[in-house]
Design a protein around this ligand. Structure first.
Ligand code: NDP
Ligand code: 2IT
Length: 444
C-alpha cells in the first residue's frame, strides 16, 4: 500500500468529503509500515474494505413543528464495519451534519471500538436537524420521525445507536420509545437509556471520566500529579461537564468552558457549585454559556476559542477541528504539558504535528474518549443478561478498560527515544484487530 495513492483515489471518488479524507489519512499514515509487512493484506483489498463503509442509509425525515409547519431534514446511518461485533456508534443532531462528517466518525468508531476490547463493530448516524431553540415536543416528534425510517436497519444484534452531539438522555428516550413500538420488542437496541428502562449507571459520565482516567495513565508515566493543574476544557455538553466533574474531584482546576457562541474563562476555577449551575443551565434550561459569565462575573469571549488562554492541560470536548495549528503553538509555547481529546478529531493535523514535535503528552480521541462507547458496551451486556451492575462495578470496569487502552498505545506507539506516539499506538492496535478479523472471515 502507498498511502498517497490510496488517499488520492478516495479524494477522486469522494471529492466533497474533507473530514472523511482527513480521518482516513491520519490512520493510514500511522499504519503504513505495519500494513506493508503483510503482503496478504493488499491481495485481500483490505485497505479499501476498511476505509469504505459496508453501507450507508440516507433518508428524508418529515416532521411537524409547534406552529403546524411541515419540516424536512436529512437522516443518515453509516454502518462502517461489523467485523468484530454489531455496528455500534452514536447519533448526532447538528446543523452541520453531512455524509463526510458521519463517514469520518463511523471510520474512527470502528478502531475506537476495537480498542475497547469489547465485541463491537463501528457505525454512526445523524441528521442536520438542529435541536437549538426547539421545544421538547418538537424534539420528540423529530426523534419519532427519524426512527420511523431508522428502525428497519437497527437491532440489538445488528446495529446499536447511542448519543453524540445534540443527542442525550432525552433524545435516546424518545427514539427508544418509538423503536420499541415499531419493532414490538424491548431490547438493548439503544444505549444511553434512562436508568429506569435498561440504562447503565456511569454511562452519562463515562466519556468525560474515561478521558481523565486515560490522562492519569499518561501523567503517571511522567510522574506528574494532576492536583492543582489548570485545565482548559472546551464545550459545555455531556463530555465537558463530566470531564470537569472528575477534574474537580481530583483537585485539578478547570478554568474554561465554551459553546458554539463563545467561551468563559474563570480564573478562580469552576467549582462543584458552579458546575451544578452549568448542568442546570445546559441540560434543563438549555441556555448559553455567556450566562455563566454574567452570574459569576468572569470573562466571556464571544466567538473565541478556549485555547487562547493559558493552562497546563487541554481537554477538547466540543467538536472536530476545533483546535488548529496556531492554537497548538500557543498552548505549547505557554507551557501546556498534555492534551487529551474528549471530542472526536478536535485537533487538526497541523496541531497534532505541533504537539508531537514538542513531545508533550497527546492522546487522540479514539483512545482517550473510548470510555463512552465502552460503557455502552457494558450497557449492552447488562441488557443481554437482564441485570444491572452497581455504580462501582461499572466504574471499575471503565477504569480497567481505559488502563488497557493506554497499555495498548504504549505497546504499539513507543518510539526509539521513549516518546509515546499515542496516535500511532492507537491506530496500529485498533487496525490490527479489525484487519485480522476481516481476514479470518473471508471475502464478504
Ligand atoms: P453535546 O451536544 O452534549 O455538547 C456539545 C458541546 O460542543 C456543546 O457545548 C456545543 O455547543 C459544542 N459544539 C458542538 N458543535 C460545535 C461547533 N460546531 N462549534 C463550536 N461548538 C460546538 O455533545 P457531547 O458532549 O456528547 O459531544 C462532544 C464531543 O465528544 C463530540 O465530538 C462527540 O463526538 C464526542 N464524543 C461524545 C461521546 C458521548 O458519549 N457523548 C463519546 C465520545 C466522543 P452548542 O450547545 O452551542 O451547540
Ligand atoms: O463517539 C462516540 O464514541 C460516541 N458518541 C458514543 C458511541 C456509543 O455507542 O456509545
Amino acid at each position: 500500500m502507498k498511502v498517497q495513492a490510496v488517499v488520492d483515489d478516495l479524494v477522486r471518488r469522494f471529492p466533497h468529503e474533507p473530514e472523511y479524507i482527513q480521518a482516513v489519512s491520519e490512520v493510514l499514515e500511522s499504519i503504513e509500515e505495519v500494513y506493508n509487512r503483510h503482503p496478504e493484506f493488499d491481495k485481500a483489498g483490505l485497505v479499501e474494505r476498511l476505509c469504505i463503509p459496508d453501507r450507508i442509509f440516507t433518508f428524508r425525515v418529515t416532521w411537524v413543528d409547534d406552529k403546524g409547519k411541515v419540516n424536512v431534514n436529512m437522516g443518515y446511518r453509516i454502518q462502517h464495519s461489523n467485523a468484530i461485533g454489531p455496528y455500534k456508534g452514536g447519533i448526532r443532531f447538528h446543523a452541520s451534519v453531512n455524509p463526510s462528517i458521519l463517514k469520518f466518525l463511523a471510520f474512527e468508531q470502528t478502531f475506537k471500538n476495537a480498542l475497547t476490547t469489547l465485541p463491537m463493530g463501528g457505525g454512526k448516524g445523524g441528521t442536520d436537524f438542529s435541536p437549538r431553540g426547539k421545544s421538547s415536543a418538537e424534539v420528540m416528534r423529530f426523534c419519532q420521525a427519524f426512527v420511523l425510517e431508522l428502525w428497519k436497519h437497527i437491532g440489538p444484534d445488528t446495529d446499536v445507536p447511542a448519543g453524540d452531539i445534540g443527542v442525550g438522555g432525552r433524545e435516546i428516550g424518545y427514539m427508544f420509545g418509538m423503536y420499541k413500538k415499531l419493532a414490538k420488542e424491548f431490547t438493548g437496541t439503544f444505549t444511553g437509556k434512562g436508568l429506569e428502562f435498561g440504562g447503565s449507571l456511569i454511562r452519562p459520565e463515562a466519556t468525560g471520566y474515561g478521558n481523565i482516567y486515560f490522562l492519569l495513565e499518561m501523567l503517571k508515566l511522567r510522574g506528574i500529579d494532576i492536583k492543582g493543574k489548570k485545565c482548559l476544557v472546551s464545550g459545555s455538553g455531556n463530555v465537558a461537564q463530566y470531564t470537569c466533574e472528575k477534574l474537580i474531584e481530583l483537585g485539578a482546576i478547570p478554568v474554561t468552558l465554551s459553546d458554539s457562541d463563545g467561551y468563559i474563562y474563570d480564573p478562580d476555577g469552576i467549582t462543584r457549585e458552579k458546575l451544578d449551575y452549568v448542568m442546570e443551565l445546559k441540560n434543563v434550561e438549555r441556555g448559553r454559556i455567556h450566562e455563566y459569565a454574567e452570574k459569576y462575573g468572569c470573562k466571556y469571549v464571544a466567538g473565541g476559542r478556549v485555547w487562547a488562554e493559558i493552562g497546563d492541560i487541554a481537554l477538547p470536548s466540543a467538536t472536530q477541528n476545533e483546535l488548529n495549528g496556531d492554537a497548538a503553538k500557543h498552548l505549547v509555547s505557554t507551557g501546556c504539558i498534555a492534551v487529551s481529546e474528549g471530542a472526536n478529531m478536535p485537533s487538526t493535523p497541523e496541531a497534532i504535528e505541533v504537539f508531537q514535535k514538542a513531545k508533550i503528552l497527546y492522546a487522540p480521541g479514539k483512545a482517550a474518549n473510548a470510555g463512552g462507547v465502552a460503557t455502552s458496551g457494558l450497557e449492552m451486556t447488562q441488557n443481554s443478561i437482564r441485570l444491572s451492575w452497581s455504580h462501582d462495578e461499572v466504574d471499575d470496569k471503565l477504569k480497567q478498560i481505559m488502563t488497557d487502552i493506554h497499555a495498548q498505545c504504549v505497546k504499539y506507539g513507543t518510539e526509539p527515544d521513549g516518546y509515546i506516539n499515542y496516535v500511532k499506538g492507537a491506530n496500529i492496535a485498533g487496525f490490527m484487530k479489525v484487519a485480522k478479523a476481516i481476514m479470518a472471515q473471508g471475502t464478504v
